[in-house]
Design a protein around this ligand. Structure first.
Ligand code: BV8
Ligand code: ZN
Length: 240
């Protein structure tokens, strides 16, 4: 395994444009439950059952109980060695991080140039789009569920991308541009949720060297140049 990590470091040193995509696996060592791993279920619900506009229309309080529960867990977590390594890389010119994580741990580790592909659990917006701009609310637990829009008094929603909703246009465009790179790293993601899972193949088509860091295989494993079959916090420990 060490030679795979040495190979990764040589590639990083030799690359000018580096793009990293992360998923819930990079936050696992911090104590944030992943979606498909143990703890991925809240009560008996899968993420796909609750992270949808239909679920929110049906029962906004239930959806907010789930987000308030996640916010409570994340608020008690600290960034880990994987977040810190990626934060160090982000100080390089030509580096872009595309994260599917809404937990904000990359930002708390001091990472710059973070593309929040699926939004942020710490930002809210008006569920009826009354024109109120998105706002930040880091209270955990929230005093009242659902929290209300300060402009129209209607329910607020978490400013995340739900299943069936498009990626924010500017974020999608920046991620597409970043897939034109020398080195593309896919770290701690199961590579099943699209369009995020399609970025690796796009980078590969554009000539990037592609690497997967994940203790388990994923649908992308067969199409990367090499794999580091380790937890990210171990593979990236001391990497800067
Ligand atoms: C859309 C925010 C259209 C909310 C999330 C093509 C094919 C099939 C389906 C589709 C397709 N295109 C679109 C779809 C539908 C859908 C989709 O992909 N469904 C999947 C389930 C098949 N996609 C959508 O709905 C997208 N929108 O298509 O809109 C459209 C277009 C125009 C106009 C209108 C509509 C929106 C998708 C975004 C949904 N929002 N999150 C919230 O968080 O509450 S997705 C959410 O789940 C996460 O953000 C993340 O993306 C995903 C979970 O995946 P991971 O992060 O990878 O986590 P997971 O638990 O699965 O895996 C963890 C991995 O880590 C594992 O591999 C494990 O081995 C590894 N690991 C564990 N420990 C470690 C580790 N790795 C390293 N170190 C460790 N220590
Ligand atoms: Zn409003």
């Amino acid at each position: 395994m060490d030679d795979a990590i040495d190979r990764l470091h040589r590639l990083i040193d030799a690359s000018t444009r580096i793009t990293v995509v992360t998923g819930a696996g990079v936050s696992a060592a911090s104590g944030v439950p992943t979606f498909r791993g143990a703890g991925g279920l809240w009560r008996s619900f899968r993420a796909e059952d609750l992270a949808t506009p239909a679920a929110f229309r049906r029962d906004p309080r239930l959806v907010w109980e789930w987000y308030d529960w996640r916010r409570g867990i994340i608020a008690a977590c600290e960034p880990n060695a994987a977040h810190r390594a990626i934060a160090a890389w982000s100080r390089r010119p030509g580096f872009t991080l595309i994260t599917q994580n809404v937990d904000g741990l990359h930002e708390r580790a001091g990472t710059s140039n973070v593309l929040r592909y699926h939004g942020s659990i710490w930002h809210l917006r008006c569920a009826t789009d009354c024109g109120q701009p998105e706002w930040e609310d880091r209270r955990a637990p929230l005093p009242a569920l659902p929290p209300l829009c300060p402009s129209c008094g209607g329910p607020a929603r978490p400013s995340v991308v739900w299943f069936g909703e498009p990626i924010e246009r500017a974020v999608a465009a920046a991620a597409d541009a970043a897939s034109d790179c020398d080195l593309f790293l896919s770290i701690g993601t199961s590579s099943v949720v699209y369009p995020a899972a399609g970025l690796l193949a796009q980078a590969r088509r554009r000539g990037a060297t592609t690497v997967e860091i994940n203790p388990d295989a994923t649908p992308s494993t067969s199409s990367v140049d090499f794999v580091i079959r380790m937890p990210a916090e171990e593979a990236l420990r001391g990497s800067s």
